[in-house]
Design a protein around this ligand. Structure first.
Ligand SMILES: [Zn+2]
Ligand SMILES: [Zn+2]
Length: 147
């Protein structure tokens, strides 16, 4: 296989090699702090799912990625309680929950400067348990040892 320069990305839609700006769809775990003005999003972890060379390529793939995640696109508002995109139940935004977002970022040296974040969906903790990356395998083993 050819070595791809690590500072380049390959677009998941058109396979073009590119450097910047980078558009991506990501999963993010975090919560919103409503005790600040304006409310502040506290991010506990994020995981990029796919990256693209342009907003057009991102838009072409969003529905495919979200279908694979079994999560319909349902942009949340900024209220303290929003609606889970999967089950329609409440999502307490002040507690850590799963969010899907699309973003663009310009590379400045080693730093990615984010612009234009679009929140695609929020998922309640009941539903996000079924997300593969969150499988609590270790916790299950620990529980069986307690007997
Ligand atoms: Zn592309
Ligand atoms: Zn749900």
């Amino acid at each position: 296989m050819d070595t791809v320069d690590s500072s380049r990305y390959e677009c998941f839609h058109c396979n073009r090699l590119f450097q910047t700006p980078v558009f991506e769809v990501a999963r993010e775990w975090g919560c919103v702090r409503f005790d600040t003005e304006p409310p502040n999003v506290e991010i506990h972890g994020s995981e990029g799912l796919e990256c693209y060379c342009s907003r057009g390529c991102l838009n072409a793939r969003v529905s495919i990625v979200m279908a694979r995640e079994q999560t319909p696109v349902r942009p949340p508002g900024i209220g303290p309680v929003e609606v889970c995109a999967r089950c329609g139940g409440p999502v307490d935004m002040a507690r850590v929950h799963l969010t899907y977002l699309a973003s663009g970022a310009v590379k400045k040296g080693l730093i990615l400067d984010m612009f234009g974040v679009d929140y695609l969906a929020v998922v309640c903790n009941q539903c996000s348990k079924s997300v593969p990356a969150e499988a609590p395998a270790v916790a299950a083993v620990g529980a069986s040892l307690m007997e």
